[in-house]
Write a protein that binds this ligand. Structure first.
Ligand SMILES: Cc1cc2nc3c(=O)[nH]c(=O)nc-3n(C[C@H](O)[C@H](O)[C@H](O)COP(=O)(O)OP(=O)(O)OC[C@H]3O[C@@H](n4cnc5c(N)ncnc54)[C@H](O)[C@@H]3O)c2cc1C
Length: 360
């Protein structure tokens, strides 16, 4: 049977993004298998339509005027474990599996590696896109390879970790969207391995020798206190997580930044500023810059505002669309740039093929 009859027209995406903002897909399909996904891509190509991939919608901004072309949601599920050598165990997952199901499957089997990545919404297939990270762990530490449908060749290929060009909230998939559709991945875990407890807040919160599941539940509780868990009871729940990435400055840029911030009376000394080494540079906390630039937690601008728990997180209070959200994001960017000379970069992507309009 051909896929065409299953492709729906003018599908509202409001319930399919965690900000709950409205916008329609011109064509939409949930692909239950890789074969269906490939057939749908070929259908779109034959019609000259753009193809956009939607996972759990937790890191996208749906444009108010909709997404042209075909939006495909990869929904193939499945988790399998494969024995490696020694204490190594591989977790193979299909792209449509909820990310949290991977964490649950690993921790419940005593397999270490992804316990700190609990509570991150979305599907496994999107996890490599921005190299998800939290509480001292990034996905690329555990990822062995990604399996992806390559648009240019029409083949399903294996992309080893080194070729994924991972960075802080970065990958080749995010830099050059549209080249690949991720359909699966392999993670490396460790049987009876120690949990990763290296992030200051986590070190302070767990007792020495804590088990994998204790570390996971502590991370979950810390996230919940910041409204970083999707909980419909939470007034901040309509969000896309952190809206801006933490700026990473070169050593020279950082020295200039400090001089300006201290000289301008925005901070008293370097000790006040949350900052961490990052590669050859310094990562500074975007939330701190936002608050010092004068944006308060809980502040509102129309239908949107800053979360009352976390100034990096922008919240939809209802009745708004992408225009209001982007206006707030640009106001914050401009305020931080005027105060500190640093341009904040938005983490979520504008959904759709129109890259020129991407959130910058
Ligand atoms: C409350 C909350 C907390 C969060 N906390 C964190 C956190 O701690 N750390 C973190 O890193 N992120 C965090 N996020 C962001 C988000 O959850 C992750 O980036 C997640 O991996 C996105 O998954 P998704 O399935 O929702 O992707 P979507 O939002 O649907 O898509 C994101 C991008 O990936 C592309 N994409 C999706 N699936 C595929 C695929 N199979 N192949 C190719 N491209 C694809 C989309 O086109 C889009 O550009 C948080 C979000 C929320 C709402």
């Amino acid at each position: 049977m051909t896929i065409a009859p299953r492709i729906a027209r003018e599908v509202e995406l409001e319930a399919r993004n965690t900000l709950r903002i409205p916008g329609r897909a011109e064509y939409f399909l949930e692909a239950k298998s890789v074969a269906e996904l490939i057939e749908a891509v070929r259908w779109a190509e034959a019609k000259g339509l753009a193809v956009t991939v939607l996972g759990g919608g937790s890191n996208v901004v749906v444009p108010h005027d909709g997404v042209r072309g075909l939006v495909i949601a990869p929904k193939e599920r499945g988790i399998h474990f494969v024995e490696g050598s020694g204490r190594e165990v591989f977790l193979d997952a299909r792209a449509g599996e909820p990310w949290e199901a991977l964490v649950e499957a690993a921790v419940s089997r005593g397999l270490a590696g992804i316990e700190c990545l609990t509570g991150i919404p979305g599907l496994a297939g999107a996890a490599p896109i921005q190299n998800i990270g939290a509480y001292g762990k990034e996905l690329d530490e555990q990822l062995v390879y990604v399996e992806a449908f390559e648009r240019a060749t029409g083949e399903v290929v294996r992309i080893e970790r080194e070729a994924c060009e991972f960075g802080y909230r970065e990958s080749r998939f995010k830099r050059r969207p549209g080249e690949f559709i991720i359909v699966g991945m392999r993670l490396r875990l460790e049987r009876d391995g120690a949990p990763t407890v290296r992030y200051r807040e986590l070190v302070d919160a767990v007792p020495p020798g804590a088990s994998l599941s204790e570390v996971r539940s502590t991370v979950y509780a810390l996230r919940k206190a910041k409204s970083m868990i999707l909980d419909p009871e939470d007034p901040n729940h309509r969000n896309a997580g952190s809206f801006f990435t933490n700026p990473v400055l070169s050593r020279e840029e950082y020295a200039r930044f400090l001089e300006r911030a201290i000289g301008g009376g925005l901070i008293a000394s370097e000790e006040e500023l949350p900052h961490y080494p990052s590669g050859d540079g310094v990562k500074i906390a975007a939330a701190f810059l936002i608050e010092r630039a004068g944006f308060r937690r809980g502040a509102r601008m129309g239908a949107f505002g800053l979360s009352s728990k976390h100034s990096l997180c922008l919240v939809h209070h209802g009745g708004g669309d992408s225009r209001g959200l982007l206006a707030l994001a640009r106001t914050i960017q401009a305020g931080v740039e005027a105060a500190f000379g640093v341009k904040l970069v938005a983490e979520p992507r504008l959904l759709g093929p129109d890259l020129a309009a991407a959130v910058r």
